[in-house]
Ligand binder design. Structure first.
Ligand code: AMP
Ligand code: GLY
Length: 424
């Protein structure tokens, strides 16, 4: 099969590594790709917002499957466009992608289908939003309705902070994403990412992971796209996984079908494991970044065959096989991230790190200048260690990082702390 993979981050590099192993694969194309993916497939220049150009490329190159990494093209309807052109594509339709594209849609959907989530209200003006926040009291969570690349959510510990967040969103800085806001109760518990593969009617448990959203150690500082992850998440024992499938994933699939927008692709539920059970924090309609970098090294099956089964509406009843090993991925970010990252610094020593056993390196924001590898983004590299438990995976990841010479970057030294707490 000829496969076109869309995206350019660490998630897509990890997807490319897994797809490249498939016996079904003939040629892998990646657009826009990154220097790390260049050894796995042909890098193509395509604008992910130009769905017609992507469809034409697929026709010319006889692409049998398109795999979409990031959420923006899904929310913009790329799957509908490709499907209408007779091209198979992995991911949800525009209507189904609203689960991620609009927090108000997601919350109303949960309410209609009795899916456990924090109590909430939606607002389109600051005065009534602030009145509600005052009535509820802090801590309280303020969210821009639309896609905001991780910048639309404030977990406000005080009312002042809540009011400031409401003003920021309505001031227009987030564009359309900030036209309306959701205010919801603060949930206390352990946060996990849970993934299910879906073919419209059937959902199969895929994997669990835990991400570290804050930029600083000990979960301090602003939110980021994610600073590191490990899989599996120890808090997701068999009982909890079964509960999440029954209480959250199954009603989501059923509800989306009832809405006339059956969900196909990977459903990524962000959960809070609270004292009284799992609650949905958010839906995502694509693989997680950096969760995928920690999940796919554990996959013992053909990823391409699994994705194709979702698209062709023939998922088996058997859960995909993942190794019992733990993978732990640390994000190396450019100084300045999650604000404006410092671009252009040179990274040395990657080949040394890549040669280490039980280590995988994925590129997230790099470019080549001649022979040099240069930082060209916020999150720049992911270093993943694989081991029998979190402690071993983590030791391997940090040992590999130790061989990389990049003064322009930084990383968190405490990835996996929550899992190590469970081990004790
Ligand atoms: P979201 O974009 O909705 O995933 O929110 C970003 C982050 O904010 C989440 O990963 C959580 O860490 C935190 N968060 C969101 N909603 C809540 C909530 N209701 N209670 C506590 N923390 C939350
Ligand atoms: N790591 C969280 C996300 O991919 O949204």
């Amino acid at each position: 099969m000829n496969v076109l993979l869309l995206g350019s981050g660490g998630r897509e590099h990890a997807l490319a590594i897994a797809l490249a192993k498939s016996p079904l694969l003939e040629t892998l194309f990646v657009a826009p790709g990154n220097p790390g993916m260049a050894s796995l497939g042909q890098v193509v220049v395509l604008d992910l917002a130009d769905h017609s150009a992507i469809a034409s490329f697929c026709k010319v190159m006889s692409i049998d499957l398109v795999v979409v990494g990031p959420e923006a093209p899904l929310v913009a309807g790329i799957i509908d466009h490709l499907t209408a052109a007779g091209i198979k594509a992995f991911g949800p339709s525009k209507a189904a992608a609203r689960l991620e594209g609009s927090k108000a849609f997601a919350k109303d959907f949960c309410r209609r289908h009795a899916i456990p989530t924090a109590a909430y209200a939606c607002f389109t003006d600051a005065v009534s939003a602030k009145a509600y926040a005052r009535e509820k009291g802090a801590p309280i969570v303020i969210k821009a309705d639309g896609l905001a690349a991780g910048k639309g959510v404030t977990v406000a510990m005080s009312l002042d902070e809540a009011e400031a967040a409401i003003d920021t969103i309505f001031s227009g800085g987030l564009g359309q994403a900030g036209d309306s806001i959701v205010i919801e109760d603060f949930l206390e518990g352990e946060e996990v990412s849970f993934f299910a593969l879906c073919d419209g009617t059937r959902a199969l448990e895929f994997a669990s992971a835990q991400d570290h959203k804050r930029v600083g150690e000990g979960e301090s500082g602003p939110n980021t796209g994610g600073m590191g992850a490990y899989s599996p998440a120890p808090v997701m024992d068999a009982k909890m996984r079964e509960r999440v499938m029954r209480e959250i994933v199954a009603p989501t699939l059923k509800g989306m079908t009832a809405t006339g927008a059956p969900f196909k692709g990977v459903l990524f539920v962000g959960l809070m494991i609270c004292a009284d059970g799992p609650k949905l924090i958010e839906y995502n309609v694509r693989f997680g970044d950096p969760e995928t970098q920690a999940i796919l090294p554990r996959l013992e099956e053909d990823l391409l065959a699994l994705l194709l089964a979702c698209v062709e509406e023939r998922l088996s009843e058997r859960q995909p096989r993942l190794s019992p090993l733990t993978a732990l991925s640390v994000v190396l970010a450019a100084k300045g991230y999650p604000g404006a990252p410092l671009r252009g610094s040179e990274i040395r020593g990657i080949a040394r790190a890549e040669a280490m056993p039980f280590v995988a390196i994925t590129h997230a924001g790099t470019k080549r200048e001649g022979q040099k590898l240069i930082a060209d983004g916020g999150r720049v590299l992911n270093v993943t260690g694989i081991g029998t438990d979190v402690a071993e995976a983590r030791a391997r990841a940090y040992a590999a990082i130790g061989t990389i010479d990049w003064p322009g970057g930084f990383f968190r030294c405490d990835i996996g702390w929550q899992a190590l707490k469970h081990d004790r």
